[in-house]
Write a protein that binds this ligand. Sequence first.
Ligand SMILES: C[S@@+](CC[C@H](N)C(=O)[O-])C[C@H]1O[C@@H](n2cnc3c(N)ncnc32)[C@H](O)[C@@H]1O
Length: 316
Amino acid sequence: MDHIPVLVNEAIAGLKIKKVGVFFDGTLGDGGFATEILKKLQGGTFVGLDVDPQALERSFNKIRSLKNFSKVSRRKEEFLLEDKNLKVFLLQRNFAQIAEIVQEKNLGGIDGIVLDLGFSSFQLEESRRGFSFLKQEDLDMRFDPRLDNRASDIINQLTKEELNEIFRFLGEEPLSRIIADTLVRQRRLKPIIKTQELVEIVKDVYGKKYRYRSKRHPATRVFQALRIAVNDELRNLQQALNSSGKVLNFGGRLDVISFHSLEDRIVKNFFKRSDFKIINKKPIIPSEDEKRQNPRSRSAKLRIGEKIKNGKKKNL
Ligand SMILES: C[S@@+](CC[C@H](N)C(=O)[O-])C[C@H]1O[C@@H](n2cnc3c(N)ncnc32)[C@H](O)[C@@H]1O
């Protein structure tokens, strides 16, 4: 299943892509944004990152058929495609490391960076890593298979208080405490390793004590919280924003698409406090048409910032 890119026209327009420049896609996914950028970029450098090797492979296959590259090379965690004027790096790296990558590859200043947060439809539907509460899979949830801790490690090893914090803060789960209590009781009998074991426990908590009338599946928030915790998503985002602020050229653009309020708040506050001009006062959201065609886009918010000179912000 191919991932349908969300808010792609708005995000690409927001990047102000030049014919020649240096552009980053920090979240390659299925290569949807990357291919749109590369259709416009004729010279310079493009760097695409993803911590998931499957995403890298899928993007590589799409990108290599896009142009007539004269040189294509691949090492385990790095692909390089080149033609006379353009260099394309695809790296299995974390977007929190943007500043290091810019240094390592000697890229100088960057003209645009896009981050399209969260997971891809491929990861949800086909990666078998336990992202979906509708499937029966191992509770893994790592985007990056090099990470040590899976979701099942978190569930089986953290204290009741720590689990409560994760569900409450990262999932905004109203029943966080009682779910954490129940998990800790259940795991004494048998470790919780499968998605449906977790789903049953959460459903049970909701079913016994409360009636859930919402259309949302009762395990939505718990799964979201675990995924964010496993992948340290909020810290990586904050680090990527800070790095972007350092490596972007003046006039360079940063686009961030987020899918829940915690991320959006981080992005909003970052743009407010840093040397960025905010391009859209309100975040850009998908049209009714896009929401209908791609229900996954429903909660998306795009914020665009332009790097400006130190201290110039007050004068804008
Ligand atoms: C929503 S998808 C991107 C979809 C992409 N824009 C497209 O059009 O196909 C998000 C991707 O970001 C990757 N990702 C998540 N956190 C990351 C991080 N800290 N560093 C690099 N990639 C990350 C995920 O593995 C996933 O493939």
